[in-house]
Design a protein around this ligand. Structure first.
Ligand code: UGA
Length: 488
């Protein structure tokens, strides 16, 4: 199939590379000429596992890049719209880029083309694309409009695409259903997984869901809103856990063992972020409002999410008392592990608040430092070349992104580098025991250790915890002296 993918952002670039991997002829179009030039030269603008391999494999063969949108439209049989839909000030999605593509399509179509909306958009957008095209002179016999939302997570987008749990087609005619099913056939009939050169993954046949266009549009918004709700729910539960002395990790495991609930998306932290959840929850609430329904549950989801950052900052203040002049090591700046994306990153927001309160921040992130640098003025924060450098001489270390590689850090070494032995874990990456064994005081979210050393005198804590390693007890003593020195 001849496929044009409009937009070379996270969704567009991954989709284009994966369509080429499935054996289609693909042109990925973007009006950012610099980005196209970069892609043509073999550079990869985003950090995404397996994407460099796919681009290397298909660039110049099944996959071309172009800034000429009209040429691509007049050549392709199917066009996927993957342009950005950023939030506008009132919370609604800004659809001006989608509208721009619709206008171009109307002018360029040659022969029958299936136009597929893949960006996350409010219900009714496909209908608006159709109207725009007709207004700009397109012949209704020349095109069909379909919705094919993506469920890709940044960081694992390539495997999510090639090993999907579901493929969702929102169609209004047989031509669209046929062409889209044909495009995804290697995943539906499993033939892709039998190929010797297939990207390895958890082989399972994808489930095909064919719905109306409007239902497909709604499924995407409702899915993201539900996942955000799940995160806010466990964040709220973590607050209760802290109050009653329960451990949210155990509570989440117990809840998740019920298949009706499921174990995923039950990790509490400083809140969800990224380019999808914050924008999509807001946009979905706007969709509800536009039909006269006040979706208050979503308002609460957003409020809980915001409060998580405040609650974490309160923990930092409790552990360190005042922040002015304190040096804080920050591990993680990306909105989640496995990506270099810092858009709407809770970690960045926490860093900003720490700076406002006068702290000095030395940050390290395995992938997101380049992108984070652009968000701060020169010298506003320092960047370290690794976690150990960030921790050297710091009053505490704050973990703000769930990078798996942080679990491999030598905590004993970190303990030796820090001025005060405090680890505040905003993403519950570490377990209390492991951190305390290294002689560090641990404060996570909603778990045992969170109240330590915040609500109990140190002498009492070290006596009560007979199992605490000798090193830990010694550290608690040192810490008490440090606190006493500070308060004098
Ligand atoms: C999300 C969805 O998971 C994808 O299915 C969807 O396709 C995508 O949005 C999109 O609409 O394009 P993504 O934004 O890449 O994917 O990231 P997630 O893995 O969902 O994480 C989102 C945020 O929630 C991150 O800040 C993460 O740290 C946070 N999170 C996630 C938690 O705080 N706790 C959890 O248990 C899980």
């Amino acid at each position: 199939m001849k496929i044009a993918v409009i937009g070379a952002g996270y969704v567009g670039l991954v989709s284009a590379a994966c369509f080429a991997e499935l054996g289609h002829e693909v042109v990925n179009v973007d009006n950012d000429r610099a980005k196209i030039a970069m892609l043509e030269q073999g550079q990869v603008p985003i950090h995404e596992e397996l994407l460099p391999e796919l681009l290397q494999k298909h660039r110049g063969r099944g996959l071309r890049f172009s800034a000429d949108v009209r040429q691509a439209f007049s050549w392709c049989e199917v066009a996927f719209i993957c342009v950005g839909t950023p939030p506008s000030p009132n919370g609604e999605a800004d659809l001006s880029y989608v509208e721009g593509v619709a206008r171009e399509l109307a002018l360029a179509l040659k022969g029958h083309t299936v136009i597929v909306e893949k960006s996350t958009v409010p219900v009714g957008t496909c209908e608006a694309v159709r109207r725009t095209m007709l207004l700009h002179g397109a012949d209704p016999r020349d095109f069909s409009i379909a919705s094919n939302p993506e469920f890709l997570r940044e960081g694992t987008a390539v495997s999510d695409f090639l090993y999907p749990e579901r493929i969702l087609l929102g169609v209004s005619d047989e031509e669209s259903r046929k062409k889209l099913s044909a495009i995804y056939m290697p995943l539906l009939d499993g033939s892709y997984y039998e190929r010797d050169d297939a990207i390895p993954g958890p082989t399972r046949p994808a489930r095909l869901l064919v719905t109306s266009v409007r239902s497909a549009e709604l499924i995407k918004h409702a899915s993201n809103a539900f996942l955000a709700l799940k995160i806010s729910f466990i964040n709220a539960v973590s607050t209760v856990c802290e109050g009653v002395g329960a451990d949210v990790r155990q509570v989440a495991e117990g809840m998740g063992a019920d298949s009706r609930i499921g174990p995923r998306f039950l990790t509490p932290g400083i809140g969800y972020g990224g380019s999808c959840f914050p924008k999509d929850v807001l946009a979905f609430r706007s969709v509800a409002r536009s039909v006269g329904y006040d979706f208050q549950l979503l308002t609460e989801v957003m409020a809980i999410n915001e409060s998580q950052k405040e609650r974490f900052l309160a923990k930092v203040r409790e552990a360190l008392w005042t922040l002015r002049g304190k040096k804080l090591a920050v591990l993680g700046l990306a909105f989640k592990g496995g990506t270099d994306d810092v858009r709407d990153s809770p970690a960045i927001e926490v860093v900003r608040r720490l700076l406002q309160e006068g702290a000095h921040v030395v940050a390290y992130d395995p992938a997101a430092m380049e992108k984070a640098k652009a968000l701060f003025a020169d010298g506003e924060i320092a960047f370290a070349s690794d976690a150990y450098e960030a921790c050297t001489g710091a009053d505490a270390v704050l973990v703000l992104t769930e990078w798996q590689s942080f679990l491999e850090l030598d905590l004993l070494r970190i303990r030796g580098l820090l001025k005060l032995p405090i680890l505040l874990d905003g993403k519950n990456v570490f377990s209390t025991g492991v951190v305390e064994k290294a002689g560090l005081l641990y404060c996570g979210i909603g778990c045992e250790g969170s109240a330590f050393p915040l609500h109990a005198p140190f002498s009492q804590v070290s006596e009560d915890r007979s199992e605490m390693a000798e090193a830990g007890a010694q550290v608690a003593g040192e810490f008490t002296s440090a606190l006493q020195a500070l308060s004098q």
